[in-house]
Design a protein around this ligand. Structure first.
Ligand code: ATP
Length: 267
């Protein structure tokens, strides 16, 4: 789908996060489940690919490619499935999911299966995004909580991927130091970035992230960069990457919704 349509869908998805109000839907519904380090998201899309239900919870069930709370993850998935069934008035028996490149797909599929779902599609995260947006010669850069991952896409396929341990948590640490507050407070300030002038404080970390991305892109043909992951919610983040990497940078309207939408659209 086009970039414009994707951003419209991301905005509609963000507007319905954790909305349990029943809606009437027609045709086949596809479910995508994104098990992140910092959050778990279930997104349902209709036959046209339009989001019809989104549930998100901040919870640490996966860390560095390892499930740290298997039971907790299964519980969240079960809970979200029940909520989606309630909202959409349907029975949900199957879903798609994904995993960070370089990690084991079973990390995610085991959780879905234990939660009673049949896994219909499983693909690594940047491949899901690449297939939704039909990317070519692009770098999908996922800046999450703990890591930054780069996936180089050529004609829809991932030709290279790697990640490094620098992400949103490092920005939170810098904010905590700058304002002399604890991490919880720093996280709160980060999410009110304009009020607390976070971008200048985050800049050194983001420059380090762009150095990581530049090293990952070395030797590959890349025309544009697509940002994804929660850290990209920081307003103005794309300006730093454009300046450092000297390539067009695309920032989705709702960075946290891009992978879930891509997973749900896999069918
Ligand atoms: P990882 O990629 O490290 O495995 P993940 O995929 O779970 O983690 P995301 O959910 O993409 O990570 O991003 C989590 C990060 O996004 C956290 O560091 C969080 O602080 C940050 N984040 C979430 N919302 C915002 C916001 N509004 N402004 C800035 N940062 C945000």
């Amino acid at each position: 789908i086009s970039w414009e349509l994707a951003c419209e869908r991301l905005d509609r998805a963000a507007a319905m996060i954790n909305d349990t109000e029943p809606v009437s839907v027609e045709g086949p519904i596809h479910i995508g489940i994104d098990l992140g380090t910092a959050d778990v998201v279930l997104m349902a899309v209709d036959g046209e690919g339009e989001p019809v239900a989104v549930f998100l919870e901040w919870t640490e069930v996966v860390r560095d490619g390892v499930v740290v709370d298997f039971v907790g993850a299964c519980d969240v998935v079960r809970k979200f499935v029940a909520m989606a069934e309630e909202r959409l008035g349907i029975e949900i028996t199957e879903a798609s999911t994904s995993f960070p490149p370089g990690t084991d797909a079973r990390l995610s599929t085991n959780i879905l299966e234990t939660a009673g779902l049949e896994v219909t599609h499983v693909e690594d995260e940047p491949s899901c995004v690449a297939s939704l947006l039909e990317l070519d010669k692009a770098a999908v850069v996922d800046i999450g909580g703990g890591t930054t991952g780069t996936a180089i896409v050529k004609d829809g396929d991932i030709v290279f991927s790697d990640d490094e341990p620098t992400g949103g948590k490092h920005i939170t640490l810098t904010i905590a130091g700058h304002y002399d507050v604890d991490l919880e407070k720093a996280e709160e300030y980060k999410r009110k970035a304009e009020e607390y002038k976070i971008l200048p404080i985050a800049k050194p970390t983001l420059e380090r992230v762009s150095d990581i991305v530049a090293a990952h892109m070395k030797g590959h043909e890349v025309d544009s960069i697509l940002l994804s992951g929660g850290t990209c919610c920081l307003p103005g983040i794309e300006t730093i990457f454009e300046k450092e990497l000297k390539l067009p940078v695309h920032l989705p309207s709702q960075p946290l919704m891009l992978t879930p939408l891509s997973i749900a659209s896999l069918a």
